[in-house]
Design a protein around this ligand. Structure first.
Ligand SMILES: Nc1ncnc2c1ncn2[C@@H]1O[C@H](COP(=O)(O)OP(=O)(O)OP(=O)(O)O)[C@@H](O)[C@H]1O
Ligand SMILES: [Mg+2]
Length: 326
């Protein structure tokens, strides 16, 4: 088995449809390139979507996608889409504004657009839009794989934590609501009035709880999600890779692929005076704790920066893969 086939085997394991392959790494290290490369390889084994959540919109340029939020077939079995958070923020903002104006009719004095504008800038709102997009992707059963090119690390980690945070909040809200509902019940029966214990708000909270605990479960299930960490052999990208691994561990997840991208040949590295930094960085990346089956991928720096699917296909020829089993 060649390294690349072993890598595909690793990603195929678990078998949930779709499986999300989430690509993480510092800006500029080659996340978009690696996302396209993995999606291209995976498309040989089944219908694969590569979707970029990164607002740098590089995937859109790379694959020359005419419009955002639209799926295009770019090769047989390979689909691509550029997610545009702005338009989704507006849409969700409007939904919430309508809800708010229904609950608080007094707010009608403010116009809906005013409320939408306000909600849009609420802390965590953009993160929620991304989180909903992830939920939507997990339901896209037409694809065998979905490769997700992520926004900058800080934002991505906030998005992943939000699922946890929401579950926690919802649990507290359920406790509060249960107290209210049972108090009402007690007061009503003391007064001799018959009253149902059922409560639509409580039902809605329980539905949300189910949704978020399912999402948390998917995000930490190796059969449903594989994490890929990309870094170039330099101190900052490697530092961010380490921080990401630590974060994933707290979440209850682990990476299954660690990619060292843009590796210079040793003579060029010597000439540029970066041989030692590169060697140390690669050693540190190699020491990062990875899943029980872990693929370490090494991609050389190529002469001309890849900027098309054809160029990424050429890059595949130069990729080296080492699969470790613990
Ligand atoms: N192995 C490589 N050899 C040479 N150039 C590369 C290699 N990998 C990526 N590049 C180039 O580096 C630049 C950044 O790559 P890419 O856009 O994939 O990174 P990114 O992490 O997605 O960046 P951003 O955070 O800006 O979205 C691009 O111009 C790309 O063509
Ligand atoms: Mg990118």
């Amino acid at each position: 088995l060649s390294g690349v086939e072993e890598l595909l085997d690793l990603l195929r394991s678990g078998g949930r449809r779709p499986k999300l392959v989430v690509v993480l790494g510092k800006g500029g290290v080659g996340k978009t390139t690696v996302s396209i490369l993995l999606a291209r390889l995976l498309s040989e084994t089944g219908p694969t979507l590569v979707e970029s959540l990164d607002q740098a919109m590089h995937l859109q340029e790379y694959l020359k996608l005419p419009k955002r939020n639209t799926v295009y077939e770019v090769r047989r079995n390979l689909y691509a889409a550029q997610f545009d958070v702005e338009s989704q923020v507006r849409r969700l903002g409007e939904t919430y504004a309508t809800l708010v104006s229904r609950i608080l009719p007094g707010l009608k004095v403010l116009n809906i657009e005013g409320v939408t504008e306000m909600i849009k800038y609420a802390p965590g709102f953009e993160e929620e839009v991304y989180l909903r997009e992830l939920m939507r992707l997990y339901r896209e059963e037409r694809y065998r794989f979905i490769v997700v090119d992520t926004p900058p690390t800080g934002l991505t980690l906030r998005i992943l934590s939000l699922a946890r945070l929401y579950s926690f909040w919802i649990d507290r809200l359920i406790e509060l609501r249960e107290r209210i509902v049972s108090l009402r019940y007690v007061i009503a029966s003391t007064a001799g009035i018959k009253r149902e214990m059922d409560d639509p708000v409580l039902d809605k909270l329980h539905a949300m709880k189910r949704e978020f605990s399912e999402l948390n479960q998917l995000l930490t299930d190796r059969g449903a999600t594989s994490y890929v960490i990309v870094a170039t052999p330099e101190p900052l990208p490697v530092y961010e890779a380490r921080k990401t691994v630590e974060f994933l561990r707290k979440l209850g997840a682990e990476p299954s692929i660690i990619v060292a991208n843009r590796l210079l040949s040793s003579d060029i590295a010597e000439d540029l005076g970066v041989a030692e930094v590169q060697e140390r960085s690669v050693r540190e990346l190699d020491s990062l704790r990875c899943g029980s089956t872990c693929a370490r991928v090494y991609i050389p720096q190529v002469r001309s920066a890849p900027s098309s699917l054809d160029a990424v296909e050429e890059l595949v020829e130069n990729v080296r893969v080492v699969v470790e089993r613990r």
